[in-house]
Design a binder for this molecule. Sequence first.
Ligand code: SAH
Length: 348
Amino acid sequence: MRNSVDRDKIVIKGWDIQELTEFMKKLKEKPYRAKQLHIWLYRKLARSFEEMTDLPAILRNYLEKKTIINLVEPVEVIKSPDDNSEKYLFRLTDGNYIESVYMESQGRRTVCLSTQVGCNLGCTFCATARMGLKRNLTAGEILDQFLFINRTKDRKITNIVYMGMGEPLLNYEDTIKSIKILNSELGPEISARKITVSTCGIVPIIYRIANERHKFKLAISLNATTNEQRNKIMPINKKYPIKDILKAINYYTSNLKRRVTFEYVIIKGFNDSVNDAKRLKSLLSGIPCKLNIIPFNENEFSKFQSSDEKTMDKFIEEIYKAPFAVTVRRSQGRSIKGACGQLYCKQN
Ligand code: SAH
């Protein structure tokens, strides 16, 4: 919990180079101090001013007294016994909790970031939905999950997925701001091509991303092939039905000349038949895309179950005939409840 002294402090984690420069100007410091601070915060992953040895002691002492840079504190880290994944439970400065996941596979080191405390989309297959929405995360809190986790590793994180708790496009400004800092040369310098933002399909924001010509990858959680079916598991579909999402995606792919990824969580007896695969194939044919099939991860909040291997094989055999690329996501972190749809903080 943030104490009374902290309440008066200025939160500078999440500030970009312009904001840090303004701040240094106000303090009558040289502009290059902002650059040094930016490098310490976002590139050298500093978590104390003591580490920032090239800043004058007087400035460091001032910053120590007046500002906050640590926005997530680890409460628990669970390492998976069966794959190289880890789940982090973080406490925020206001006492709320979030989770983030680290995964290693085939030379890729990926962090899965949360963008909200909980979520208000109400998808019936996802544990996070049961938390409801507490609040949006700030750009600094989104970033700090990555910064903290990368500091515990001896090698650089290579990929970022915005697939943790919450809906990134309902916290658009702070999501974009965090991505810009991740991209920055004076920061972690993670290229936009290595960053994926996943959405349930917030149509007006998809147009906005296309118009603003952002370079990160976009993934759409489709999960069903008819509105009737999608309405049952994703209430947001009543507001943004499949047709409207695909129209927005068409605009996105033609405007940016870029492919999108569709995600399809495959659920036993619900959307796993050969007919579902056929419908999915015809729905997405003609869109420059890749399809990512995600076997359903069971969680205590949902009555749904994973499809059996045989049914899944038949579905995949059918969908492989499609003109677009299909991958099956081997879910990491299942045993530590860190896989897609399993993030939940009982502490909130
Ligand atoms: N709100 C965003 C970001 C969360 S991403 C979105 O909807 O895309 C989480 C991904 O995990 C989504 O693709 C979602 O469809 C998938 N998912 C949710 N619950 C799941 C579960 N129980 N098993 C497998 N995948 C799940």
